[in-house]
Ligand binder design. Structure first.
Ligand SMILES: CC(C)(COP(=O)(O)OP(=O)(O)OC[C@H]1O[C@@H](n2cnc3c(N)ncnc32)[C@H](O)[C@@H]1OP(=O)(O)O)[C@@H](O)C(=O)NCCC(=O)NCCS
Length: 148
């Protein structure tokens, strides 16, 4: 498996991978908007075919993971971990000293991935996820120090 930088030519691939993991996924235009801002970058994992993506933004010494998605057929084989580690390496290179993300309390796979890649819980946003849920779902805020 390799992890490479995504370019504008990969927008449809990024949207396809996102739609495999989220319903509804983000469209190519939405990903282009988020991915073209200052400090934003996307990476794609490929194992003969694209199997995962991560979208992040680095600003004023911090990187935020906006989203990560792995093809269901490729899960629990280290693709998510490889994407997070490659993104953190790039963010460090771009000057980030710490990383943040929000994740649903009802997403055990993502909580396991982030716990396994050095993120620790630093806060809770009550009722953060509203769209598509009858009852709003809390988000855990997680942080990782990139200097240690
Ligand atoms: C979360 C997601 C990206 C994980 O990707 P992945 O390629 O399966 O993750 P990895 O194989 O690299 O696993 C990393 C760690 O998390 C653990 N993990 C992954 N999925 C898990 C699950 N369903 N249950 C328990 N642990 C899990 C692995 O065991 C591994 O831990 P280890 O290295 O200590 O063994 C993937 O499940 C996904 O795309 N989910 C849908 C989208 C999503 O929820 N994104 C996150 C939004 S914040």
């Amino acid at each position: 498996m390799i992890v490479r930088s995504a370019t504008e030519a990969d927008l449809d691939i990024l949207a396809h991978l996102h739609a495999l993991a989220f319903s509804p996924g983000w469209g190519a235009e939405e990903i282009a908007d988020l991915g073209s801002g200052p400090g934003a970058f996307a990476l794609i994992a490929e194992d003969s075919v694209p199997c995962g993506m991560i979208l992040c933004r680095t600003a004023v010494g911090e990187v935020e993971i906006y989203t990560i998605a792995v093809d269901p057929a490729a899960r629990q084989r280290g693709v998510g971990r490889a994407l997070v580690e490659a993104a953190m390496t790039q963010a460090r290179h771009d000057g980030a000293g710490e990383a943040f993300l929000e994740v649903s309390v009802e997403n055990p796979a993502a909580l396991a991935l982030y716990g396994a890649t050095g993120f620790a819980r630093v806060g809770l946003r009550r009722g953060y996820y509203t769209s598509g849920h009858e009852t709003p779902i809390d988000a855990v805020i997680m942080r990782r120090d990139l200097n240690t």
